[in-house]
Design a binder for this molecule. Structure first.
Ligand code: ATP
Length: 350
């Protein structure tokens, strides 16, 4: 593929805040018409990357092209071709959904008639036609986010940046936004989506880039990333906590696995396996021989959560978790579940 086949090309992008390297040689290429998920723990550089690509901040080094134009040398060309849904949307609470969309249309210099038509098209497309005349303050979180998305699409952008689009939404609101994003991609829009919710990346993204400390540390489909950390796993759930250590040693030998993990809360022993059937039969036999009774034994694929933990050493944010405040240098915002806990900064081993 050449640069022309890509909607986004990022090479060695750097951005410093004082001595802090927010972007430290980031590389990223996104083919046209695809959804790229960008995953990373708090402070990894996701928002900084989006802001640089959307021409909202000036990188200190490296190169980035969006929709075929250089973000530093041709920022206006880039701006005509992008939409951005940030973490804080700029809609007017007192106006209705339709009035907001119309206002954005007018700001983009659409005539009054065209702005009204476009507002109606978008309300229809995002399932908001019935509620389009209600004031935004009466909208649910999911409806509001869908309206934010619609507002980013007034000028039919080639590339849409979504910065944590479902943060703070309940599962239903999240699903509503996911469906809206799927509709867009069906229309050929390229989407760059940052998220801390691994299920979101799993659901929407064609490929996922994991970034940490301002660098891409892994890249692949969700399946490729899962396979890269060792293929299938065997899970054994016990009845008794005092058998956890013994079971870990039995499972490790039976499955011929390094990296056996135990979880005292769920009484679970988990290990990567190479030969599924041999590992399962050998584990059942060895546990019986050791007199350890299991409540459940199962073979499964690794989760994206385990991939993330393996790559970054950090757990992704749980939806609805308590906000522990913004990272240094960032204003506090309405972002629920966005703590400032750091990462261990472990390097990728896949
Ligand atoms: P989050 O998931 O918390 O939104 P992120 O991956 O989007 O994190 P960024 O917001 O890009 O991370 O921030 C990357 C790093 O740069 C963080 O350490 C952050 O504290 C720092 N940073 C971001 N903006 C500024 C700023 N304006 N001034 C100083 N430091 C900043």
């Amino acid at each position: 593929m050449t640069d022309r086949d890509h909607a986004i090309v990022v090479e060695g992008l750097r951005k410093n805040y004082g001595t802090h390297r927010a972007l430290d040689g980031l590389d990223l290429t996104v083919p046209r018409g695809t959804v790229r998920g960008v995953l990373g723990p708090n402070g990894a550089g996701k928002t900084t990357c989006i802001r640089a690509l959307a021409t909202l901040l000036r990188p200190d080094g490296g190169r980035a092209e969006v929709a075929g134009f250089d973000v530093l040398r041709q920022p206006n060309e880039v701006r005509y071709r992008i939409g951005l849904l940030g973490q804080h949307a700029a809609v007017d609470e007192e106006l209705s959904g339709r009035q907001n969309l119309e206002m954005f249309g007018r700001l983009y210099h659409l005539g009054a008639r065209r702005a009204g038509q476009r507002a109606d098209e978008l309300l229809e497309q995002f399932g908001l036609a019935d509620t389009g005349r209600k004031a935004i303050k009466q909208y649910s979180g999911g409806m509001r986010r869908r309206l934010d998305l619609a507002a980013g699409l007034i000028m039919r952008p080639q590339v849409l940046f979504l910065d944590e689009p479902t943060t703070g939404l309940d599962p239903r609101g999240r699903r509503e936004v996911w469906n809206a994003v799927r509709t867009l991609v069906g229309d050929g829009t390229t989407v760059l989506l940052t998220t801390q919710y691994l299920e979101e990346a799993d659901q929407l993204a064609d490929r996922i880039s994991v970034i940490d400390h301002g660098r891409a540390i892994a890249d692949g489909t969700a399946d490729e990333l899962k396979s890269a950390i060792g293929g299938d796993r065997i899970d054994v759930v016990l009845h008794r906590a005092d058998e956890l250590a013994a079971a870990a040693s039995v499972v490790g030998m039976a499955a011929r696995a390094d990296g056996v993990e135990t979880d005292a809360d769920s009484l679970r022993v988990s290990a990567p396996v190479v030969d599924r059937v041999a590992a399962l039969t050998e584990t059942v036999r060895a546990l019986a021989a050791a007199g350890i009774e299991a409540r459940d034994i199962a073979l499964r694929r690794p989760t994206l959560d385990e991939v993330f933990l393996h790559l970054t050493g950090a757990r992704p944010q749980e939806p609805g978790a308590v906000d522990e405040g913004p990272p240094p240098g960032k204003a506090a915002g309405p972002k629920a579940g966005q703590g400032s806990q750091g990462t261990s900064g472990r390097e990728a081993t896949v």
